[in-house]
Design a protein around this ligand. Structure first.
Ligand code: MTE
Length: 301
């Protein structure tokens, strides 16, 4: 499985957690040795990131279809049937259709990416995802030249999702990206964590991960991807447009109307959990800052 650039720290073998960090160092050294400048730079930026524990990543979740408590998804999401699974890809694409999850997996290159993950609620983790670049999937379907946005939709299954009885959000959960954000190599579809299949509570069998945006953009258990010309509606923006914009880029300088976004609590460590400063674009400004050149990020929040 190929190594590619941007915070790609090791291959997607089943990596025991215990050897994970050593291996990460090894791969970082290897990339530098063959003189791949951009890889070396990104790896350096990721150095010092201590991945959160598997338990924290899979027991402290937001997946409102299974309840609004942090422990609800881990407790309730086992009811979600994730096989068979297919993703409808439609709208402005050359090859619309229902793509079986297995066929997607056969066609994609699975990589490991260790990313910061920053929730809009001001907590954070560092998560070793396994997955593939969204761009590869979109290219498989063939993006038409007039497409400007990508809309995503989560499964809506009242029989399997106890949380959708409550009108917390307008179900199904929907999200969207501008096409250039979706095609950026940092944007992935995650199918695993720590080399294991992604657990239901984290969005099985495939969920979006956009590491420079607040976590709610990273929509889970996706059943539909639609290429559009117009900016698609997004769940949290529909629920409260004043608090949640379309872009939702991590920005320590733009506070949420009800709390500061200048710092974040690192999940884990119990009483010893620490607060750290939040970084512009969640630490990925060098990689993705150019996407927003000339935009006022306080207005386009
Ligand atoms: N996707 C769906 N379908 N439903 C949700 O409630 N919550 C979002 C996002 N994706 C959510 C979702 C929020 S608010 C966050 S912070 C992340 O999922 C949490 O991802 P994690 O549980 O894997 O850490």
């Amino acid at each position: 499985m190929a190594m590619r650039w941007t915070n790609t720290l090791s291959e997607n073998d089943v990596t025991p957690e215990s050897v994970f960090l050593n291996r990460r160092q090894l791969m970082a050294g290897g990339a530098a040795a063959v003189g791949l400048g951009s890889i070396g730079g990104s790896l350096a930026a990721a150095e010092g990131l201590e991945p959160s524990s598997y338990e924290d990543i899979t027991q402290y979740n937001n997946f409102y279809e299974f309840g609004t408590g942090k422990g609800d998804p881990a407790q309730n999401a086992h009811t979600l049937t994730t096989a068979p699974w297919s993703v409808k890809i439609d709208g402005l694409v050359e090859k619309p259709g229902d793509y079986a999850f297995e066929d997607i997996m056969k066609a994609m290159t699975i990589e490991e990416r260790i990313y910061r993950f920053r929730c809009v609620e001001a907590w954070s983790m560092v998560i070793p995802w396994n997955g593939f670049e969204l761009a590869d999937l979109l290219n498989m379907a063939g993006v038409q030249s007039d497409a400007k946005y990508v809309a995503f939709e989560t499964a809506l299954r009242p029989d399997e999702m106890p949380g959708v009885r409550f009108p917390v959000l307008d179900w199904p959960y929907v999200e969207g990206l501008r096409l250039d954000e979706a095609m950026h190599p940092l944007t992935i579809m995650a199918t695993g964590i720590y080399g294991k299949d992604i657990p239901n509570q984290n969005g099985a069998p495939l969920r979006l991960v956009v590491p420079w945006k607040y976590g709610f953009k990273s929509i889970k258990s996706i059943v539909r991807i639609t290429l559009t010309e117009k900016e698609p509606p997004t769940s949290w923006n529909k629920a409260n447009a004043r608090e949640y914009g379309f872009y939702s880029n991590v920005n320590p300088e733009v506070d949420h109307p009800r709390w500061s976004q200048a710092s974040e609590r690192v999940v884990g460590g119990g009483l010893f959990s620490k607060r750290i400063p939040t970084l512009m674009l969640n630490g990925y400004a060098d990689e993705v800052g150019a996407l927003y050149a000339g935009m006022d990020l306080t207005k386009n929040f």
